[in-house]
Each structure stands twice: as structure tokens, then as C-alpha cells.
Design a protein around this ligand. Structure first.
Ligand SMILES: NC(=O)C1=CN([C@@H]2O[C@H](COP(=O)(O)OP(=O)(O)OC[C@H]3O[C@@H](n4cnc5c(N)ncnc54)[C@H](OP(=O)(O)O)[C@@H]3O)[C@@H](O)[C@H]2O)C=CC1
Ligand SMILES: CC(=O)C(=O)O
Ligand SMILES: [Mg+2]
Length: 551
């Protein structure tokens, strides 16, 4: 039985408090005690009944976007009910509150916006950040997820609409890892947009100017990070969906200063390595023996590649040998040392040994490299063509193919095509949920290689251990922690990742790995092994109604 809570607000203010509101689940006694008589219809419902009614209503709505809007309305009025729905039916709810529907919601953000959630820190308010963050409503914040909306999934610059992403990510911190929603805060840094459609739209609700760039942008970010650190010295500051030009530099500048994390770089790397390790499970081969073609050399592509190199180095490869296993392409084809302009991360993977003309395309690279692993993080739908995939499959018994770009229309390939073109030999994981595949009269779930398998566990691990930094080895440990719970370990035909219904176990596995590694590196207090599980459990919030007593 959940403990009783002392509640000081009453009447309309209580109904308007989304963390305390129970809607029709307020008992008649509570309605009497808290001045709710007349404010609610007479019926009293249980949380289960509310969940069932909501799920039935959602099922009757015509589109995923309509369901997303309904879910957000529930979230903004009654968080307990929102998370109880996610707990009951995560498999159906995740694609509604997260990718792919979240992409549509970001694109339609100005049209569907209905109520404040989180904080909008816009350029004109730059000197008021400290004052805005000071609101006592945010005293309990432990995890901030922030975006500037410049690279939203594979949809490009969505300006203020990018706010949908931190809202969705933080929902998963709670749904998957049981983080109390009062500890979470989504923040949108509105520094303008370069999306011409938004700039010319009369509906657009963000700061309607071209993006602030250069030194002015950098100092805005610095000011923000300092304000966050001053307000919550132990916060986990999660950066999401920044452009490649900003994501890595911000992470590198801030990660020694406070507990910062970039999900597109680090979370994507950890889930990808974890799924690759699961795919290699039970085979007489090591990661350092694989050849990887990485299609996309941005935040995700470089982040994944660096973690693969780190892992291969642990297997005994030299850094140069490990890098030589990876072929990286961006929109102009294979990256070679002939390329005139490359980011620092891309330079690490630019090849010196390419025998052909510069700018080789994917088919040429696959033909030459004969990869065993093909990863798509380009944001461009359909790049894994039949010709490319058949070429790969001609040289590889079990091709590992991960079209990781989001949302659905931007995935480099579909599981159905990839399986058909490889005579069902491929091990496929996607970034966005796809429907199960039918094979030999059986249905097989498509693994979701999405950083959602990682970041909730990172948050839980940081809170449980009190970690003050997130190191590269912690990310490596998260990948190993995820691989360790792969169903493949016990069943050679099993899926690579646990199902979405086991997200809590996945988060706990990742959290344990994170906490242990933080302790090993001295970035948190010492704790004995037997204390780890109770520490994690003490952080778990569950969506259930507490009884209220008047304070
Ligand atoms: N499944 C998951 O968990 C995650 C998936 N993603 C997805 O990955 C994608 C990329 O994200 P991110 O790395 O942050 O984005 P970035 O913008 O940082 O990087 C995109 C990269 O793709 C390259 N690219 C563009 N077009 C092509 C093309 N035709 N062929 C090859 N490469 C191309 C770009 O090249 P150039 O620089 O030359 O334009 C750039 O190097 C997005 O769709 C995102 O949704 C991201 C994070 C997590
Ligand atoms: C999943 C994710 O973080 C992305 O697509 O950007
Ligand atoms: Mg992202």
C-alpha cells in the first residue's frame, strides 16, 4: 500500500497539479476534505478503470498523432494516469509518445501546443535564465533533458517544436526506469530556427528569427550550463538532438565540469555496441574481426565508431587496427583523407588506403570492404537498396544490418526488405519500432536498437550511485550490461534485445553497470555491492495513487 501524502493544496489548484491530480479517482472523503465537491462528476473510479477507459478511447482515435495529443493531455493533467497507461501497454504506447509519432508532433508543435510543460529559454530571455530556473517548483529536479531543436530525429531543424523530444525522452526515464517525474525537467533553448517553413508560418510559436550562431551561440550555451550547475549542482544534464556542429563540442566542453551526457552520441553508441555484441553471441568471432560500414558520419556515426574502437582495443586490437575495420560515409560518400572538410571525429575514420576515386558510394564501398556489419545513421530513408544488401549478403553468412535512422520514413531500410534480400539470414535491428515479421508461420519481433534502451538506465544508475560524471568506460559498461541480458544468450534463435515489456529490467541492468563503473572510476561515493540493488530500488517511482491527508 503506498504511503499517505500530506497535501497542502485543495480545490481547483489540486486538480490543476498534474503530479497530485487523480481526476475521478479522488474518493468521496477526499473530495470533502479537499474542497472538490461540485468540481468532479459523481462517479469514483479506480486507477485501473481510468487506464482501461483511456486505452479504449485511444484505440478509437483515428491517427497516431491524435493519440499522441490525447496522451499529452493526460500527461499534463494527471501524470499518474499517464504513466499507468505506459506501464500497462508500453508496446503500443511507446510509438505514440516517442518515435515515430513524436516526430510528427514536433513538426506540428505550434499547431497542437495547448499547455506549458518544462521551460522555454529563448535568446531574448538570456539574461533571465537564473531567475527562470529559480522557481521553487523545480527544487526537486535531478535530470534535465535539453535541446535546441536543430536536428530533430532525421527531420532537421524544427525550432521550438524540438521541445517534443525532451518531453518524450523524459517520459521514458519514468516509464522505463521509474524515475519520479518530479525529478525531471525538459528544457528548450530557443535560439531561433533556419527552417524556412517555420519562419514564414503565422502559426509558429517560437522566437521567429534565424538561428543565433558562432560566439553568441557558444556563450548562450555556456551561460545555460553555468545556470543549471549553479541551480542543481548534482543534476544529470542530458543533451538531445543538437546539430553535429554543436553536439560533440558541447559534450567535450562540459563533461569534465558536470554530469553531462549526449544521448545521440553516447546513448546511441552504447545501444548499438550492445546489440552488436548480442548478435555476435555464440559465434566464434570477435568484434575486432568484423568489418563495419557506417553510413552517416555525424553525432551518432562518430559516437558509435569511437565506442566500437574502444571495445576492439579491449579485445587487443591497436587503435589503428580497430579504426581500419570501419568505413564511414557521409552525404558525399566514403570519407577519405582526400576530403577537404571533415569534423574532428570524421578525420579519425577517414581512410588513407582507399584504392578508387574519392567519394565512393555505398555500393562501391560494400563491394570493396565486404562488411559483416552495416549501420545506417544518415537520416536518409532507403539508402540500403536491394543491390547494396544483396552485395553484402553475398559475402557474409549472417549480415548484421541496423537501419537506425528515425522516424520510420527516414530508416535506411525496412526489416521486411532486408530479410527478403538476405534470404532471412540478416540480423536486423531498427531505430524506430517496426511491426513484427512473419516467418515460417511464426511472428518475430523486430529489435528496437534505440537509445531508449540506454538513457533511462543511465539516469537510474547516476541517481542510485550519485555519480558526478559520465565517463567513456561507463558508456562501454552500459553496452555490456545491455548485451548481458540479451535473450540471444540463452537461445541462438532468440531476439537480440529484451522486449519492450522488459524495459524496467533493461534499465536496471544498465543502471547497475553504470553505478559499478562509476564506483570503479571514483566518480561517485564508495558503496558495498549489496547496497547497489537497494539504492536502485529506492529510486523507483511507481504510478499509483497515494492517499492524501490535509497538511
Ligand atoms: N536509433 C537511435 O537510437 C538513434 C538514431 N539516430 C538517427 O540517426 C540519424 C542521424 O543522427 P545524427 O548522427 O545525430 O545526425 P547528424 O546530422 O549529426 O549526422 C548525419 C550524418 O549523415 C550524413 N548523411 C546525410 N546524407 C547522407 C547520405 N545520403 N549518405 C550517407 N550519409 C549521409 C551526414 O553527412 P553530412 O555531414 O555530409 O551532411 C552526417 O554525417 C537521425 O535520423 C537520427 O534519428 C540518432 C540517434 C539515436
Ligand atoms: C533516438 C534518437 O535519439 C534520435 O533519433 O535522435
Ligand atoms: Mg536524439
Amino acid at each position: 500500500m503506498p504511503e499517505e501524502r500530506i497535501v497542502q493544496v485543495s480545490g481547483k489548484a489540486l486538480l490543476a497539479d498534474r503530479l497530485l491530480n487523480k481526476g475521478l479517482a479522488f474518493s468521496l472523503e477526499e473530495r470533502e476534505a479537499f474542497g472538490l465537491n461540485g468540481l468532479l462528476p459523481r462517479a469514483v473510479k479506480t486507477l485501473d478503470q481510468q487506464v482501461e477507459a483511456a486505452i479504449a478511447f485511444l484505440a478509437g482515435l483515428p491517427t497516431p498523432l491524435a493519440r499522441h495529443i490525447r496522451m499529452r493531455t493526460i500527461q499534463d493533467s494527471n501524470e499518474t494516469l499517464f504513466y499507468a497507461i505506459l506501464e500497462r501497454d508500453l508496446e503500443r504506447a511507446l510509438p505514440i509518445v516517442y518515435t515515430p509519432t513524436i516526430g510528427e508532433a514536433c513538426q506540428a508543435f505550434s499547431e497542437i501546443w495547448h499547455q506549458s510543460r518544462g521551460l522555454f529559454l529563448s535568446w531574448p530571455d538570456r539574461d533571465r535564465m537564473t531567475e527562470i530556473l529559480a522557481d521553487p517548483a523545480y527544487d526537486d529536479v535531478r535530470i534535465v533533458c535539453v535541446t535546441d531543436g536543430e536536428r530533430v530525429l532525421g527531420l532537421g531543424d524544427q525550432g521550438v517544436g524540438g521541445m517534443g523530444i525532451p518531453i518524450g525522452k523524459l517520459s521514458l526515464y519514468t516509464a522505463c526506469a521509474g524515475i519520479d517525474p518530479r525529478h525531471t525537467l525538459p528544457i528548450m533553448l530557443d535560439v531561433g530556427t533556419n527552417n524556412p517553413t517555420l519562419l514564414s508560418s503565422t502559426n509558429y510559436i517560437g522566437w521567429k528569427r534565424e538561428r543565433v550562431r558562432g560566439a553568441a551561440y557558444d556563450s548562450f550555451i555556456e551561460q545555460f550550463v553555468e545556470a543549471v550547475q549553479a541551480r542543481w549542482p548534482n543534476v544529470l544534464l542530458h543533451f538531445e538532438d543538437f546539430s553535429a556542429a554543436h553536439a560533440s563540442p558541447i559534450l567535450e566542453r562540459t563533461r569534465t565540469q558536470l554530469c553531462t551526457y549526449n544521448d545521440d552520441i553516447q546513448g546511441t553508441a552504447a545501444v548499438t555496441l550492445g546489440v552488436i555484441l548480442a548478435a555476435l553471441e555464440g559465434r566464434e568471432t570477435r568484434l575486432r574481426d568484423q568489418t563495419v560500414v557506417m553510413v552517416g558520419g555525424g553525432s551518432a556515426g562518430v559516437g558509435i565508431s569511437r565506442l566500437l574502437v574502444q571495445y576492439m582495443a579491449e579485445e587487443g586490437a591497436s587503435e589503428a587496427e580497430a579504426r581500419a575495420r570501419i568505413y564511414m560515409l557521409d552525404k558525399d560518400g566514403l570519407l577519405t583523407t582526400d576530403n577537404a572538410w571533415m569534423s574532428a571525429g570524421q578525420m579519425e575514420f577517414a581512410r588513407q588506403d582507399w584504392p578508387g576515386a574519392p567519394g565512393a558510394d555505398l555500393l562501391q564501398v560494400v563491394r570493396h570492404a565486404k562488411p559483416s556489419i552495416l549501420i545506417g545513421v544518415s537520416g536518409v530513408g532507403g539508402l540500403f537498396t536491394e543491390e547494396v544488401v544483396r552485395e553484402m549478403a553475398a559475402h557474409c553468412e549472417r549480415p548484421v544490418i541496423f537501419p537506425l535512422s528515425n522516424p520510420t520514413s527516414h530508416a535506411e531500410g525496412t526489416p521486411r526488405d532486408l530479410m527478403a534480400w538476405t534470404e532471412n539470414r540478416a540480423l536486423v535491428s531498427t531505430g524506430t519500432p517496426f511491426p513484427p515479421l512473419k516467418r515460417d508461420g511464426r511472428t518475430q519481433r523486430v529489435d528496437l536498437a534505440n537509445n531508449a534502451y540506454i538513457f533511462p538506465g543511465i539516469g537510474l544508475g547516476v541517481l542510485a550511485s550519485g555519480a558526478t560524471r559520465i565517463t567513456d568506460r561507463m558508456i562501454l559498461a552500459a553496452a555490456r550490461g545491455l548485451a548481458a541480458i540479451s535473450p540471444r544468450r540463452n537461445d541462438p534463435e532468440g531476439t537480440l534485445l529484451p522486449p519492450l515489456t522488459e524495459m524496467r529490467e533493461a534499465a536496471i541492468a544498465v543502471a547497475s553497470a553504470i553505478a559499478r563503473q562509476a564506483r570503479a572510476e571514483g566518480v561517485c561515493d564508495e558503496f558495498p555491492d549489496e547496497e547497489l540493488r537497494p539504492r536502485i530500488e529506492a529510486c523507483l517511482w511507481t504510478p499509483e495513487y497515494r492517499g492524501y491527508r490535509k497538511g
